[in-house]
Design a protein around this ligand. Structure first.
Ligand code: GLY
Length: 380
């Protein structure tokens, strides 16, 4: 693993997808360079920014100024903040706004926001006029290290999260680490769970480095750029080898089978952010791996300790009101996991650990073993 950069030069990570390859540009204060980068990539292009009302208050002006400085015409549509915008209604609102803004096939949509905006804008771009290119400008840590990279776009169905969607790769990702300064500490920590995930699933040295450097990442020191770039490199590698999740890409779902069930049981609400569900889910996956004899119990303890040190919830009991409201029900969690996209012909797919830094896909997990495990965790 390389040492963190001391300079403030942006770091560029390439996602190697042949003629659809693209750069992720990471650095403090790279947002002002967005217009020049788009101009170099697509001279003469017109753009429309899709954002949400909260992000717009902080970052729309700077984004528009950067585009204006490069003589790039633009307009914008700001949706409501939150998961509710990733809906059929949100898709209609954004599609109609882009058509009204006369965005043509050769123009560019710019997604300025967190995961919700990136998924919604990217999916709208994928079907608008049968496909318009788009640029991701992620403004949350989670979006910078995960959702803005790799081309998964979509909206939610009333029957489940992300059930309507498309693979549509961006043509550029510009991740300005300074914009993370306006996140609440809780939002930042939730995104950090996805950073730690890359260490736990595939890079033991990175995990060890995170154990020492997580406080500097939170503070916004140079460790932050290094952590984001290392995460993006890991994701770019996986995506370039398995864009459509026929194999290896499923490893990125570490912690998500348990985590999505926990998000569902808490109503996809502020009670449990996605990254918080992933944190608890990762610890459960590590503990379940230990129960199956795949890793030493001490390794599961180490994963839990690091996430707790970073201020993340690590136990089911850490979810506010979990017990009191009758949510601590293993059968209910099992039923929710059975609806997840990670189910194939009735068998649960889990990402389990053979070591810290070595995750594996387990396609054939016996539901009864999982139910017993959850029962035990809930009665602790
Ligand atoms: N967030 C998991 C993936 O992009 O595959």
């Amino acid at each position: 693993m390389t040492a963190p950069l001391n300079s403030s030069d942006p770091i560029t990570v390439n996602v190697g997808l042949g003629d659809r390859a693209y750069d992720i540009v990471i650095g403090r204060n790279v947002l002002p360079s967005l217009g020049a980068r788009i101009k170099a990539l697509r001279p003469g292009v017109r753009t429309a920014i899709v954002t949400d009302k909260t992000v717009a208050r902080h970052w729309l002006k700077a984004t528009e100024e950067s585009l204006a400085a490069a003589d790039i015409p633009t307009s914008h549509i700001a949706v409501e903040e939150g998961e509710g915008s990733k809906s059929y209604a949100g898709l209609e609102t954004v599609s109609e706004a882009l058509i009204a803004a006369k965005i043509e096939r050769s123009d560019l949509v710019i997604a300025l926001g967190g995961g919700v905006v990136g998924d919604l804008a990217g999916f709208t771009a994928s079907i608008l006029r049968r496909g318009v290119d788009f640029v991701q400008v992620p403004t949350s840590l989670l979006a910078q290290v995960d959702s803005s990279v790799g081309g998964k776009t979509g909206i939610n169905s009333p029957q489940g999260k992300n059930l309507i969607g498309a693979f549509h790769q961006p043509v550029l990702v510009v991740a300005d680490t300074a914009v993370l300064d306006t996140l609440s500490p809780r939002q930042f920590r939730a995104g950090y769970a996805e950073v730690a995930k890359y260490g736990v699933l595939g890079d033991a040295a990175f995990f060890t480095w995170l154990e020492t450097n997580h406080a500097d990442i939170m503070r916004g020191g140079s460790a932050r750029e290094h952590a984001i770039a290392t995460s993006c490199r890991a994701k770019a590698g996986v995506v370039s080898r398995d864009e459509r999740e026929n194999g290896e890409r499923a490893l990125l779902n570490l912690g998500h089978t348990f985590g999505h069930a926990l998000e569902a049981v808490t109503g996809f609400s502020d009670r449990l952010y996605h990254g918080e569900g992933v944190s608890i889910g990762m610890v459960l996956a590590a503990e379940f791996s230990a129960q199956l004899g795949m890793i030493a119990p001490d390794d599961a303890v180490r994963v839990a300790r690091h996430l707790a040190d970073a201020g993340l919830p690590t136990r089911l009991q850490d979810i506010a009101g979990f017990r009191q409201e009758g949510l601590a029900d293993a059968d209910r969690l099992m039923a929710l996991m059975a609806q997840d996209k990670k189910v194939k012909r009735g068998k649960l797919t889990f990402i389990l650990l053979q070591a810290i830094g070595q995750a594996v896909i387990a396609n054939d997990v016996d539901p009864a073993t999982v139910r017993d495990f959850l029962h035990r965790k809930l009665s602790n």
